[in-house]
Design a protein around this ligand. Structure first.
Ligand code: AP5
Ligand code: ZN
Length: 208
């Protein structure tokens, strides 16, 4: 299947993408992870506001389309089935994506704003495995894992606020776009992770 996963910062896109890729044996294409791995890349030739992706990310702003489009184009050309996470984030990217591939489904995780802030400020990552945890909702069982957990640079309260603003302004129109195209399925993302996964799996199974 070719699946798009949509939702605000902290909605659970990464968490559910891990379930989807395991279960359906497809690729996880995530612009956020790809950009984090290339935070220091020199993009000064574009002559824009900042000279590296990391500066945009730490400010909670979108990295320029030309940088992100190329990452996705390259990744899609190597993937058969995929779950695409973090892209498209504006209407220009959505129209770019249409020229790259077709989709079976756009899956939207619905979560309220208060809950998003709580999830993001409590998120922790395992730098060795990439596994996603939360200090309250999903703490690791292993003490060694707990000791090495890190917080994402953009999960500070101030940057989270800006990310949510950017989402409302740029990405909400993308949700409407897929709704109008008849590709959108909404899942209640506010339930417990396992329940969300049950709903996500069923929604994908009935779409493919
Ligand atoms: P990106 O990495 O895509 O961040 P995001 O969209 O802000 O989303 P997150 O990764 O923060 O949240 P998530 O939905 O994956 O939630 P998660 O599963 O981790 O992008 C980062 C930056 O990169 C952007 O700001 C931008 O600068 C740049 N960028 C990326 N793509 C771009 C693009 N296309 N164009 C331009 N710039 C781009 O879960 C969050 C927390 O909640 C975790 O702690 C988790 O354990 C917990 N949790 C998950 N599900 C549940 C649940 N059901 N109940 C309770 N807790 C839960
Ligand atoms: Zn994510």
């Amino acid at each position: 299947p070719r699946i798009l996963i949509l939702g605000a910062p902290g909605a659970g896109k990464g968490t559910q993408s891990a379930n989807i890729t395991d279960h359906f044996d497809i690729e996880h294409i995530t612009t956020g992870d790809a950009l984090r791995a290339n935070k220091e890349m020199d993009i000064s030739h574009l002559d824009l506001e900042y000279d590296t992706p990391g500066e945009y990310m730490d400010a909670g702003e979108l990295v320029p389309d030309e940088v992100v489009n190329e990452i996705v184009d390259e990744a899609l050309s190597q993937a058969d089935g995929f779950v695409l996470d973090g892209y498209p984030r504006n209407l220009e990217q959505a129209s770019e994506l249409e020229s790259m591939t077709e989709l079976d489904l756009a899956l939207m995780l619905d979560v309220s704003e208060d809950e998003l802030v709580h999830r993001l400020t409590g998120r922790r990552l395992d730098p060795e495995t990439g596994d996603i945890y939360h200090v309250e909702y999903n703490p690791p069982e292993d003490d060694d894992v707990e000791a090495r957990l890190v917080q994402r640079d953009d999960d500070t309260e101030e940057t989270v606020k800006e990310r949510l603003r950017v989402y409302r302004e740029n990405t909400e129109p993308v949700i409407e776009h897929y709704e109008e195209a008849g590709l959108l399925e909404r899942v209640d993302g506010e339930k417990a992770p396992d329940q969300v996964w049950d709903d996500v799996r069923e929604t994908i199974e009935s779409a493919i």
